[in-house]
Write a protein that binds this ligand. Structure first.
Ligand code: NAD
Ligand code: UFG
Length: 349
């Protein structure tokens, strides 16, 4: 199959591109590189020995997108591209709503124009908003989210459901990711956040590698086993496999359906720090600070629907996630800016 990946130079998109190329699919990546590097494309090629087609474009430039569909009409699309920082979305709501909606509208119109109606959409556990008790089942959401980023995902889920309802030729998978971490075992691709990371795992690895001094644990007085926040961390390669499973569903079904992609297992902040200490053999200094505004005590997935309907489940452990994240960070202390380093340098996975 030929799969077009929007945002395919980004964190989750690059891992999904590797998984698809490894299984023999043809991959077309479109990305404006606003939050990624062309080096990721070179690394995808180094890992798989196969070069994806890559076109640097902004989805909102519909004319260029149309040209790409005309030149390389895909069988299905995986749509990762968008803005994703929760805090930034609170500060810049217009930019977030306009970007995430406009980019998706342009994509949907172009897909219709070229008679391509299979779509996998990157949604998020944020559509559950936090009013419910974990584990979340798909029927718990989407609800009104507490931030514009999350709300843009909930709105897009609704828009995509309306599109599928109006025209039964569409088949659309809404994948609600929990907390993706980890990296490809080669250490060649991984998460490469701009500036100081907001998320826990990249923050920990940057402390471990000496770029940051210590982790601040956002509260240890939650009603959880050790008092720190619990999340459902999922290895990015398991997430990538979930997209492959969703593509199979699209080939056999029409309509729209949502699935949680998580492990179904909660891990606390202190447990994650301990896993990274074991993986890196380094002590990771931390101090306990106050709670972060808007944080939930616990969020994890009920994964039974994906297991039953997609035949998919996460296989990798938190220890695998920590080992692979660390391998990526250690080999690329400055992320993709460390491009001068030999590609295969590093430990075996
Ligand atoms: P990422 O920022 O690494 O990747 C997104 C890619 O899209 C980037 O390469 C960026 O340059 C590109 N892009 C952004 N706007 C574009 C546009 N208008 N046109 C073309 N390219 C554009 O993010 P990620 O972590 O890989 O996340 C992928 C998707 O998954 C996003 O939609 C995100 O909201 C969703 N998601 C991520 C997480 C997470 O924790 N990483 C959790 C839940 C959902
Ligand atoms: N945390 C710390 N210190 C840090 C960063 C985080 O203690 O420096 C804690 C948080 O309080 C939370 C846990 O680590 O308990 C995980 O926090 P992250 O920021 O890594 O992840 P979140 O669950 O808060 O947010 C993620 C994505 C959002 C998405 C949300 C729900 O970043 O985009 O999951 O899917 F909306």
């Amino acid at each position: 199959m030929r799969i077009l990946i929007t945002g395919g130079a980004g964190y989750i998109g690059s891992h999904t591109a590797v998984t698809l190329l490894d299984r023999g699919d043809e991959v077309v990546i479109v990305d404006n590189l606003s939050n990624s590097s062309a080096e990721a494309i070179r690394r995808i090629t180094a890992i798989t020995g196969r070069e994806p087609l890559f076109r640097q474009l902004d989805l909102r430039d519909e004319h260029l997108l149309d040209e790409e569909f005309a030149a390389n009409r895909p069988d299905a699309v995986i749509h990762f591209a968008g803005l994703k920082a929760v805090g930034e979305s609170v500060a810049q709501p217009l930019r977030y709503y306009a970007h995430n909606l406009d980019a998706t509208f342009a994509l949907l119109r172009t897909m219709e124009a070229h008679d391509v109606r299979r779509l996998v959409f990157s949604s998020s556990a944020t559509v559950y908003g936090g009013g419910q008790v974990a584990p979340y089942t798909e029927d718990d959401g989407p609800i009104v989210s507490t931030n514009p980023y999350g709300q843009s995902k909930a709105m897009l889920e609704r828009i995509l459901s309306d599109v599928a309802e109006a025209d039964p030729r569409w088949s659309i998978a809404l994948l609600r990711y929990f907390n993706p971490i980890g990296a490809h075992p080669s250490g060649l691709i991984g998460e490469d956040p701009n500036g100081i990371p907001n998320n826990l795992a990249p923050y920990i690895t940057q402390v471990a590698v000496g770029r940051l001094d210590e982790v601040t644990v956002y509260g240890d007085d939650y009603d959880t086993a050790d008092g720190t926040g619990e999340r459902d961390y999922i290895h990015v390669d398991d997430l990538a496999a979930g997209h492959v499973a969703a593509l199979s569903w699209l080939a056999d079904n029409t309509g729209v359906r949502a699935w949680n992609l998580g492990t179904g297992v909660p891990t606390s902040v202190l447990e994650l720090i301990a896993a990274f200490e074991a993986a890196s053999g380094t002590e990771i200094p931390y101090r306990v600070g106050g709670r972060r505004a808007g944080d939930l005590a616990s969020a994890w997935a009920d994964v039974s629907r994906a297991r039953k309907e997609l035949g998919w489940e996460a296989r990798r452990t938190v220890s695998d996630m920590a080992r692979h994240s660390w391998n990526w960070q250690r080999n690329n202390p400055d992320g993709f800016a460390t491009a001068a380093r030999p590609l295969t340098d590093g430990d075996a996975p």
